[in-house]
Every structure is written in C-alpha cells, then in structure tokens.
Design a protein around this ligand. Structure first.
Ligand SMILES: *[C@@H]1O[C@H](CO)[C@@H](O)[C@H](O)[C@H]1NC(C)=O
Ligand SMILES: *[C@@H]1O[C@H](CO)[C@@H](O)[C@H](O)[C@H]1NC(C)=O
Ligand SMILES: *[C@@H]1O[C@H](CO)[C@@H](O)[C@H](O)[C@H]1NC(C)=O
Ligand SMILES: *[C@@H]1O[C@H](CO)[C@@H](O)[C@H](O)[C@H]1NC(C)=O
Ligand SMILES: *[C@@H]1O[C@H](CO)[C@@H](O)[C@H](O)[C@H]1NC(C)=O
Ligand SMILES: *[C@@H]1O[C@H](CO)[C@@H](O)[C@H](O)[C@H]1NC(C)=O
Length: 718
C-alpha cells in the first residue's frame, strides 16, 4: 500500500482573526430544559457602577435583580473578562428582555454549538536541527501554546518533560482536578489543563463516563493529537501499527502546552459557544502566547460571532490565534452498481463487490479483486470485510484512503494498473496471489504538497475582500499521539489500540501553524500577531516537488490562491521575511468603520465605547490582495511595509501576471535606511474585459539580500 504522507490543507491563521473561517456548524437551541435557555450577554463595561469591585460581582447582581430570580449561582455559567465583556447565563425569555432593557446591555447571542473539523511533518516543513528556524528559536523554548480542543492524555510519552526548561514564571494557569485527571499529571511540558462544560450541561447534554471524562482528560484523542503535533518533545520509534515509523517531533518541541477542553463527546462531539469563550478567556488570563483552535461554528458577521470577537481581543493582547478552516467534503460518493469481482485461489467468478453482493460461503478465505472502486471503494472495503475474505486488491483512483480504512491485508492500486491484473486473473486457469509486499510508508511521493480534497476554499463569504485561506500546512496523515482508551480500529474480533495514529483534517494543519508561530515568537519576541502572519504568508511557496504550481487533489489541476492562499508554509524562510505587513488595532478599527458597521456593531466588536474612525478604509494592510469587481476594470490598494531585515535595503517590485491582467506599483522601488522603517506603496490591478472569472498574479518585493516578499494578487469578477 502506498500512502501519501503529509499533504497540506488549508488553514486560516488568525486575524481579522478567526473571523474569517469557513466553518461548519450546527445551531441548535438549548431547548427542553424548562423555559431556560443559555445566552451570552455582551455588556458595556463602562456602565459598571464603581461600587462593584469586579465585573463578576456586577454580573451576579444583574442576575439577582431580575424578576423571578432563580438562584443566581445556578443561572450564571461564566463571567468573561477578555474575550467579551459580559457573561453567559441560563435565562427565561422574560429575564432576557429585562436585561436587554438595561443601558449597559450591548448584544445577546443565543447559545450555539460548534464541532470539530476533522512524525514526519516537521521534516516535510524543512525544519532541521543544524540550521534555520529550529536552532534559532531554541525549538520554541519559553513559548506557551494554548490548545482549545477535546482534552489531553497526559501520560502519553509525547508530553514527557525530559529535558524541558522550567515553567515560565509569568504563567498563571493551573492543572485542574477532575475525573481521571489529577493535578500531578501536569509537568514542565504540559503546564496547564482545564475543562469547560457548563454550557453543554446547561443545554441538557450529559457527559457520561461511557462517552467522555468530565475533566481535561481526552476521550476522543483529537486534542492529544493536535497538542502533540504542535509541541511534542522527541519520542523515538513511534508508529501507527508500523506505518509512518519514526521519531515523533512536534513543530516546536521545547514549547510548553496548556489544554483547554471545550469539545465533548455527548451524543456527538460538540462544543457550546459559552464554553469555547470561557476556554479562550482563561487562556488569555493564563498568559498563552499562541492559541490554536480546530473547531468551528456557523459563519456569521463579526459582530454576531463571539469567537471572532474573542479572537480579536486575544490579538489585541498580542496572542497569536490560529484557526482551522472548515472541512468541506465534496458530495458523498455514489454506490457503483456493476463493478466486476474476481476471486482467486482457483475459482474465478464475476459478481460485484458492493454491499450485500458477496456470498460469505464462496469467498471466505479467498483473495478478492475489486475492480473499479473509483466511485465507492469504501463500500467495497466494508463488503470484503463483511464476508471474511482473506485479502483484497482494490483498483481505485481515490487517493484519500486512510490506514484505518483497511481491515484485512489489502493492496490499493490505481485503475491504470488494473488491466494487467485483470488479464492475469481472468486469463489464467488458477490465478494465485503468492505474496503481498507492503511498502510501509513512502516518502517523496509526487506531486506534493497538494491541496487536500477536504480543504475549504475561498473566497470567504463574510469578508470576501480579504483573501482566505491564508496558508496551507500539512494536514493529511499526520502521525501524532492519541488517547489509547478507545479502540482505534476493529479487525475481525480484535479491537486495536494505538498510542500514535495518522489523522487528517484542517484540524491537523492548525497545530502545525501554531507550532511555527511559536518558533517565530521565540526568535522575534516583539512581533505582533499580524507580523507573524505576514512573515508566514509572504515566504510561503507555491511550487510542488514536480516543479509546477501546487495542485488541487480534487481535480489534479493547478490550484489557485483561492485554494492555497499564499501557498505552503515555509518556516525557515518565515524567520527572515525582510518586510512585514503590520496591522495594528487602529487598522482593524478603521476596517470595521470602512465596511459599514454601525456604532453599536463596532462597539460590540471592539468591546470599548471610544474609537476613532477618522481614516476610514475598506482594506486592511494585509499581505495578500483580492479585488472583487463587477463592471470596473481597475482597482487600487494602499499598503505599508515595515523593514525587519538589514538596515539598508533597496527593494524592487517584480510583477508576475498572465495575459488579460496588469499589475503596477507606485513607487516600484522602496529604499530603506533603517530597521523598522516604514514605506507605503499603491498597487493597482487592471484586467481586460474578456479576462476569465478568476485571474491572479504576484507582487514580489526583492532586495539585494535575497529577501523575496511575495503576495498573491487575485481578481474575481462577479
Ligand atoms: C479530584 O476529582 C476526583 C474526581 O472528580 C474526586 O473524586 C476527588 O475527590 C478530587 N480531589 C480533590 C482533591 O478535589
Ligand atoms: C442524562 O442523564 C440522566 C441521568 O442518568 C438521565 O435521566 C437523562 O435522561 C440524561 N439526559 C440525556 C439528554 O441523555
Ligand atoms: C460464480 O458465481 C455464481 C453466483 O454467485 C455461482 O452460481 C457460480 O457457481 C460461480 N462460479 C464459479 C466458477 O465459482
Ligand atoms: C470505472 O467506473 C466509472 C463509472 O462507471 C467509469 O466511468 C470508468 O471508466 C471506470 N473505469 C475503469 C478503469 O473501468
Ligand atoms: C483621530 O485620528 C486622526 C488621524 O489619525 C487624528 O488626527 C485625530 O487626532 C484622532 N482623534 C482622536 C480623538 O483621537
Ligand atoms: C456598473 O453597472 C451598474 C449596472 O449595470 C451601473 O449602475 C453602474 O453605474 C456601473 N458602474 C460602473 C463603475 O460603471
């Protein structure tokens, strides 16, 4: 079996944050529990009477003063300090309307529920011990990564603190006691672990001991996997049942980890917005440097999106927030009706491999060839397993099979190989399968990297004027630690358990970016979240290992920045980007004014009552350019770049565009005489009337010190 290792997928890397996620989610109301529903209440903190020493005491008194007050202890779920100013509580409709009449009330968000998107990666990222970002960043030493996820399995070798530096003194977090989780589980690697489930419980969801641990312990394995990907120390000789054997290494092996469990397995894996906010709020209070979220909610405008508001708040405090873009599966495959089956060991017969098609008496103990699984190889796999076949050969061009899809010894071959095998099986009297040789893990498969089929694609519907996704990172078949409590797969009557497993998803890409962000912060302590993102984006690459543009796994055709953003993450280059596109808080303020938010909406997003909208702009100082145009043919953007390379540098604009498009910059040369000096420029893009619907090129600022500061420039005609 040949498995491709490490295809990248899309990731949105913080800022106008998590705001811009392409998310899956479900909105269900917290019904059934009497007349109470959970609401997240956003308050204007400037209305807090001075007599209340803390916001929480004020929130409690607001609840106490309601008519028919229940015990305010029972009503209040969380009081928030950073992510929003406000609280979450269980309220009746009447109580809610009383709160909404208060002048201090800013906004109400009904509880909503989000879900998950679901060791060779560092090598694939080009990280090396001898040179580049790893040694420069001391492997992430001193940086704290907060993971908002399903919990953690602290005993995993991945979280051993052998050789780890001490817990940073500034750390304010803690390791919470709970079901099967003792505070002593934490160490110098895992420095904090907490869980947040009040919102889910208030919605009537039980956390039963059969389906989850009521503590920061991971039941599902996902949080263990993402934590391990971001920051595992070296663990030798790990594998998933022999596949992808090697040394497990996180992207930032010396960074510390703190787990904030907000995703729970009840009937399905879910998280309540009130719990996610509480986790993010705590992470900010505790002092994480990087926050990684692999979960999402329905997409809504920023002022209605509490997670987005929380992310902006985190960014304002200098915390880098990395969010996974949603996974969008393409339509479910259709069952194939007439795939011929051949089975070996003397008998040759033709039937189909589909569910219910095989007779166990005839095929048990035989090797089955399932021809043409292009459409539904999964159904065929289940069928051969059901009938107890000895082994199977699948002819399929589906490339997204995972190791756990196989339950009997199998070979998966492209349909183009099928002719030979079919000839052999049908042409020989007694076709025999003598030996199956497994190529355990194949590296250097081509083309790589690719945009994974499940990756979400732009443009972003909430803010189409900002190119999303930002960046690709490895997300397919990532080997990392998992929770060994539940069987990973079933083979015959055996349940198999593993400490390490290959997972795929945008969820797996997020911790890679979080790890790289940790390394960059370790080298450049003064960089803002926007600077970290800019460095990652402008140094990304767009050419795969066959020397052509990154391809879309779905189509096999060259992808565009709408699929891969700036390109594939390239950590060593990101360490020394030359120029950065800085965005400060005032830029976000002006952006919000520019996109036409009213005063109340801006107040909600900014969590403050005073701001200055004097320089309205609809464009952020973003390291990529996207123009959505209707009938106009020219569009201009203003940008400011900051020199973070050598003191003296002269950058020339190299413009790369196809027929039908022109890009210009004014000026075309930027001269810097000092570090941190800023220079502005205007980029204009012009297209022909008959240009295709999506057309793109690149702006590259190149200096004499070999810095290449690259930005995609995309025009979408609507
Ligand atoms: C820790 O949590 C467990 C499980 O909830 C509980 O049985 C135990 O008493 C707790 N220990 C402390 C010190 O609170
Ligand atoms: C939660 O657990 C309780 C006690 O076991 C049970 O009565 C109740 O039906 C459960 N609720 C749900 C939604 O499963
Ligand atoms: C082929 O399959 C059919 C239907 O399952 C069965 O009747 C027939 O005997 C089989 N032929 C051989 C050669 O096994
Ligand atoms: C596989 O089946 C599909 C759909 O029926 C068909 O289009 C395709 O040509 C088949 N491929 C081969 C190699 O037989
Ligand atoms: C608002 O910003 C403009 C330009 O940045 C500045 O001139 C003005 O003084 C600011 N106003 C206030 C009230 O801060
Ligand atoms: C674009 O077309 C619309 C409707 O056809 C028209 O109202 C508008 O003025 C046009 N804008 C420009 C810039 O030509």
């Amino acid at each position: 079996m040949t498995k491709e290792i490490c295809f990248p997928d899309l990731i949105l890397h913080h800022a106008l944050p998590c705001l811009l996620l392409l998310l899956l989610g479900i909105s269900i109301s917290a019904s059934k529990v009497e007349d109470y529903q959970t609401y997240i209440i956003h308050m204007d903190h400037s209305h807090k009477p001075a007599s209340f020493l803390t916001h929480e005491s004020w929130h409690r008194s607001v609840l106490k003063s309601l008519s028919y007050p229940a015990d305010e202890e029972e009503m209040l779920l969380y009081s928030y300090n950073h992510v929003i100013h406000g609280f979450s509580a269980r309220l009746t409709a009447l109580q809610l309307s009383e709160i909404e009449k208060s002048p201090a009330h800013l906004a109400t968000y009904p509880e909503s529920f989000g879900k998950l998107f679901t060791t060779h990666s560092p090598k694939f990222l080009g990280l090396k011990s001898k040179s580049g970002l790893w040694p420069a960043a001391s492997y992430g030493e001193g940086i704290i990564i907060g993971i908002i996820d399903t919990g953690i399995w602290p005993e995993s070798d991945s979280f051993s603190d052998n050789g780890m530096p001490p817990v940073p003194e500034r750390w304010k977090g803690q390791c919470e006691n709970g079901t099967a989780f003792s505070p002593s589980a934490c160490n110098k690697k895992l420095i904090g672990a907490r869980s947040f489930s009040k919102g889910l419980k208030a919605a009537g969801r039980n956390i039963s001991s059969e389906s989850d641990y009521d503590s920061a312990r991971d039941f599902f394995g996902h949080g263990t996997h993402t934590s391990s990907t971001a920051a595992v120390n070296h663990v030798l000789g790990v594998s998933q049942f022999g596949y992808a054997r090697g040394t497990a290494r996180g992207v930032a092996p010396r960074a510390h980890i703190a787990m904030y469990k907000v995703l729970w397995e009840t009937d399905t894996l879910k998280s309540a917005a009130s719990d996610v906010l509480a986790g993010m709020d705590q992470a900010i209070t505790d002092g994480v440097d990087i926050m990684s979220l692999s979960l999402g909610f329905d997409q809504t405008p920023f002022f209605k999106d509490v997670i987005a508001i929380g992310s902006l708040s985190a960014i304002q405090k200098g915390t880098v927030v990395v969010c996974a873009a949603g996974i969008s599966y393409y339509p479910e495959s259709i069952y194939i009706v007439d795939a011929p089956l051949y089975y070996g060991k003397g008998n040759v017969n033709k039937t189909t491999c589909n569910m219910g098609a095989l007779n166990p008496d005839e095929v048990s103990g035989k090797v089955i060839l399932c021809d043409n699984g292009t459409i539904d190889v999964y159904g065929q796999m289940m069928e051969v397993n059901r009938v107890g076949a000895h082994a199977a050969i699948f002819l399929t061009d589906t490339s997204d099979l995972d190791a756990e899809d196989y339950s009997i010894p199998s070979l998966t071959l492209p349909t183009s190989y099928g002719i030979l095998i079919r000839e052999y099986v049908t042409g020989w009297k007694k076709p025999m399968l003598k030996r199956m040789k497994f190529v355990l893990t194949e590296f250097g498969t081509k083309p790589a990297p690719q945009v994974a089929s499940f990756s979400s694609r732009g443009p972003d519907s909430i803010s189409p004027g900002i190119l999303k996704p930002d960046i690709l990172a490895p997300g397919v078949d990532v080997l990392a630690a998992v929770a060994p409590n539940i069987p990973y797969m079933e083979i015959g009557n055996y349940d198999l358990v593993t400490d390490y497993a290959l997972y795929s998803g945008t969820s797996m890409a997020a911790p890679h970016v979080a790890g790289v962000a940790a390394l960059l912060k370790a080298v450049h302590k003064d960089w803002s979240p926007a600077a970290v993102r800019s460095a990652i984006m402008t140094t990304a690459y767009t050419i795969d290992n066959t020397g052509t543009i990154l391809k879309d796994e779905n189509t096999g055709l060259p992808a565009t920045p709408l699929e891969f953003g700036a390109g594939h993450i390239n950590p060593n280059k990101a360490m020394d980007p030359g120029l950065i596109y800085e965005i400060n808080f005032q830029d976000y303020v002006e952006f919000l004014c520019g996109i036409g938010y009213d005063e109340k909406q801006i107040k909600i997003v900014l969590r403050q009552s005073k701001w200055n909208c004097s320089q309205v702009s609809t464009d952020l100082n973003y390291p990529s350019f996207v123009a959505i145009i209707t009938n106009e043919t020219v569009k201009s953007f203003s940008r400011v770049v900051t020199n973070v390379g050598e003191k003296e540098a002269v950058y020339h604009a190299i413009l790369d565009f196809p027929t039908g498009m022109k890009i210009r910059t004014e000026p075309s040369t930027l001269t810097f005489t000092d570090k941190y000096q800023k220079q502005g420029f205007v980029l204009s893009v012009e297209i022909d009337g008959n240009a295709p619907g999506v057309i793109y090129g690149y702006l590259k600022w190149i200096d004499q010190h070999n810095h290449i500061v690259s930005s995609p420039v995309v025009v979408i005609k609507t």
